[in-house]
Design a protein around this ligand. Structure first.
Ligand code: ATP
Length: 427
């Protein structure tokens, strides 16, 4: 864990927010490489959940939202964690995470648990009174429910179909921590899949498998992933069945994503509160019904952390320890680094010529400082799958050396064939 946190800081993936002022309460900023990788995680999700399907549509709903949404959804009364104070050292904890003793001082003297609502409250407009209260959304899901009719009426879809959204969510977590595993501001990737009620069990199973396989396909070893079904007592107020995809974090198993069968809870609750019938009218059968909802809800920032941890590797090359991120090419910040062997102008000129068409297709790095060995190590450490080296021979034979990250094997490739060569490797 420390090695990955350190690498994230040192190489520009993730910085503690407001660091020059001593940091700010478990918030983080994504640096030049982090913003690329986080975007890749989200793109990989969008590709699998929206682009490669014809039954799922996208949405981008507002973050600032009306209290009416949260009242109807049950968040105002139920989106709470049990808060306890240690009577001795006055630290505050989430009771369900600590049990009966204070993790800070070991005292067993804790206050009674009280329900602490996790939603961030603010005011819209210049007046700060009860009528202007708004909330920062604590999940993206409600955006899909309140837009159910808008999407249905504009898309001509019918169940089974889904609405997907990626975006920031905010929760006033009592104890954020474990780096970006639990933060107060984070990004979610959620999809609400609306199905005929009688098909909800089979769709729940379907999405559980799909989502488990997504992490596998992007390179996390099977031994570090598992599915855990929730017990009855653990289920959220809306859920008829939930299972988590969990990852083996350095401190133990932790949730990456929850897949829930929400039944018709949300559409029913918003119908009741708004008076708008959030139903599907089946013309063929001349029937109306509330579709049931299967929801795969993942965290983009948490998934990125898992991909970093899972890909962090140390091996030995020519007697030296090497650190590398064995990231799936889809997730790697840079797909290719173009490295002129020396800073001589004629090599730089050819290198830029090599770089341009590659940049047109992929995020590429360009680096001409230090020895070539050191530059390879730097690229390995940030997970760049391929390095393209332009040397003096390139000026003669119109070819470059392509080095592969994991095996360090090298191959001479003609510049005119380079794009299609890399395309076949990267796809
Ligand atoms: P927990 O019980 O751990 O607080 P949860 O079960 O309430 O989490 P969900 O509401 O199911 O979490 O959220 C869906 C996903 O959003 C989670 O699986 C996780 O990946 C991500 N997520 C939730 N809360 C946070 C957070 N505070 N920081 C980072 N990611 C989060």
């Amino acid at each position: 864990m420390d090695a990955v946190v350190n690498l994230c800081k040192r190489r520009g993936f993730i910085f503690p927010s407001g660091e020059i002022y001593g940091g700010f309460r478990s918030t983080y900023d994504y640096g030049p490489l982090g913003v690329l990788m986080l975007r890749n995680v989200k793109d990989a999700w969008w590709r699998s959940m929206v682009q490669l399907r014809s039954d799922v549509l996208g949405l981008d709903a507002a973050i600032l939202s009306s209290p009416k949404i949260w009242e109807a959804s049950g968040h105002l009364s139920n989106f709470t964690d049990p808060l306890v104070d240690c009577k001795k050292c006055h630290e505050r904890w989430r009771q369900d995470q600590i049990g009966t003793t204070c993790p800070n001082c070991g005292s067993g003297q804790l206050t009674e648990a009280r329900a602490f609502n996790l939603m961030f409250k603010t005011h819209v407009g210049p007046l700060e009174d009860d009528a202007t209260v708004a909330y920062l959304r604590p999940e993206t899901a409600q955006g899909m429910f309140v837009n159910f009719l808008n999407v249905l009426n504009t898309s001509r879809k019918k169940p089974p179909f889904g609405i997907a959204q990626i975006g920031k969510s905010f929760r006033n977590e009592i104890t954020p921590g474990n780096f970006v595993f639990r933060t107060r501001e984070f990004e979610q990737m959620e999809m609400e899949y609306f199905v005929p009620p009688e098909d909800s069990d089979s769709w729940f199973q379907y999405w559980l498998e799909e989502r488990f396989n997504w992490y596998l396909d992007l390179g996390i070893e099977k031994s570090k992933l598992r599915i855990r079904h929730h017990d009855k007592e653990e289920l959220s107020h809306y859920s008829r069945g939930t299972a988590d995809v969990e990852f083996l974090f350095p401190w133990g198993w932790g949730e990456l994503e929850g897949i829930a069968n929400r039944g018709d809870y949300d559409l029913g609750a918003h119908t009741k509160a708004s008076g708008e019938k959030l139903e599907y009218y089946d013309q063929g059968q001349n029937t109306r019904y509330f579709p049931h909802v299967i929801e795969p809800a993942a965290g983009a920032t948490r998934a990125m952390m898992a991909f970093l941890l899972a890909s962090y590797t140390q091996d030995e090359i020519e007697g030296e320890t090497r650190t590398l991120l064995k990231l799936h090419p889809r997730l790697a910040p840079y797909k290719i680094a173009v490295l002129p062997l020396s800073k001589k102008p004629e090599l730089a000129e050819l290198s830029i010529e090599v770089l341009r068409p590659l940049q047109n297709l992929w995020m590429c790095d360009y680096d001409e400082t230090q020895s070539i060995g050191k530059r390879y190590r730097r690229q390995d450490e940030i997970g760049t799958p391929y390095c393209v080296t332009v040397d003096f021979q390139s000026l003669e034979d119109g070819a470059v050396t392509v080095r592969e990250r994991d095996t360090t094997s090298q191959e001479r490739v003609k510049i005119v064939e380079l794009t299609s060569f890399l395309q076949s490797k990267l796809s």
